[in-house]
Design a protein around this ligand. Structure first.
Ligand SMILES: [Zn+2]
Ligand SMILES: [Zn+2]
Length: 360
């Protein structure tokens, strides 16, 4: 089969790859063969493709089929599989390798298993992901889609689970808290909807010039109290105005940029919580951190990565019951052969939310 393969140095190549088969993978006999409907192009995928000098970048140990925002249909199941059957429409958790015995695994936090390095835990850096017509996934990491949730929505379930993990599980967002989300991509729009669903008020979403055309207007239409283009407007002033000069209870840096980290620290209120989440598993930025505001405001800094079973459960229930609307977020679909255009749109486009590849 043709598949988009990620190399250890971070570059991608479309090439012939072995078809995954039941019994011939580490998940057997709990393995599930899936026909991929869509696989979304995540910011963390694009990080690697857009290799810039000085960028901290890691890849898999050996060439591996990339792509993790998978949705598809079960084709066949291994002999020990009980949770899904052929014909089921599914989405999959990406953290599939963990020890199950460490302090974090025993607490359900398999995404930060102390015995499994980050990339060694994730399917798209090990066994292979879903930038291909076929993929295998372990039974325990799959979730069956409700009938009325389309694949066009389901391809956004992985960032939804990640956003649930970020805002509800890590930051423990409560009703009535003020929230700023720096970065209005697909994940920013999901974070916004989760914040509103939890009763957060007011909610600000910021972006850059590139976001002015489609993303910031979408955030406004989804209910953000204020949207700010930081290239043209003063974020600090807008934050002060919206919060009565106090600053935000919760700030999520969702852009992966050094400037956004500094801004996040600046607009958090004394005693506030700041999440650094935009860097992604293969990125991260190195910045000179101004510690003074962290000290005198007694800020709490958070990190987060991926998601756990509970994040998927919450996310799927909310999508199934219409509390999160994923329909406006898939803007463009390309066949595998046109992956480069898809990556270019995802990395640079000013008129896209999520771009997905349709391998079959
Ligand atoms: Zn993702
Ligand atoms: Zn563990």
């Amino acid at each position: 089969m043709q598949a988009l393969v990620l190399y250890p140095d971070g570059h991608y190549q479309l090439e012939e790859a072995a078809e995954p088969a039941l019994g011939h993978n580490p998940f057997a006999p709990h393995d599930v063969l899936i026909q991929v409907a869509y696989c979304g192009i995540c910011g963390s995928d694009v990080h690697g493709w857009h290799v810039k000098e000085g960028t901290r970048l890691s890849g898999p140990d050996q060439p591996t089929v990339g792509g993790h925002e998978m949705c598809g249909t079960v084709l066949a199941v291994g002999p020990a599989v009980t949770r899904v059957k052929p014909g089921d429409r599914v989405v999959g958790e990406i953290v599939v390798h963990y020890c199950g015995e460490c302090v974090n695994c025993r607490a359900g936090k398999v995404n930060i298993c102390v015995n499994t390095p980050p990339m060694a835990g994730r399917i798209h850096y090990t066994v292979g992901g879903a930038f291909a017509p076929l993929t295998v996934w372990p039974d325990r990491s799959l979730h069956i889609l409700p009938d009325h949730v389309s694949f066009e929505e389901a391809v956004l379930m992985e960032p939804t689970a990640g956003s649930v993990h970020c805002l509800y599980e890590r930051l423990q967002l409560r009703a009535g808290e003020s929230v700023a989300i720096l970065g209005p991509g697909a994940r920013g729009q999901i974070l916004l909807q989760l914040a509103l669903a939890a009763g957060a008020k007011p909610v600000l979403v910021s972006g850059i010039q590139r976001d002015a055309r489609v993303r910031l207007p979408l955030a406004a239409s989804l209910g953000a109290d204020r949207v700010v283009n930081v290239d043209e407007q003063d974020l600090i002033a807008a934050a002060a105005e919206l919060t009565g000069g106090v600053g935000f209870d919760v700030v999520v840096e969702n852009a992966g940029a050094a400037s956004a980290v500094s801004q996040a620290i600046e607009i958090a209120r004394p005693g506030g919580r700041v999440m650094i989440s935009g860097g992604g598993i293969r990125g991260g930025v190195t910045i000179p951190l101004q510690t003074w505001p962290v000290i005198v405001k007694e800020l709490t800094l958070y990190g987060e990565i991926s998601h756990n079973w509970s994040s998927w459960h919450t996310g799927l229930e909310m999508v199934a019951h219409g509390q999160i609307d994923l329909k406006p977020l898939l803007t463009r679909v390309y066949p595998l052969a046109e992956w480069e255009q898809g990556f270019r749109d995802a990395a640079l486009g000013d008129d896209v939310m999520r771009v997905a590849l349709k391998p079959a």
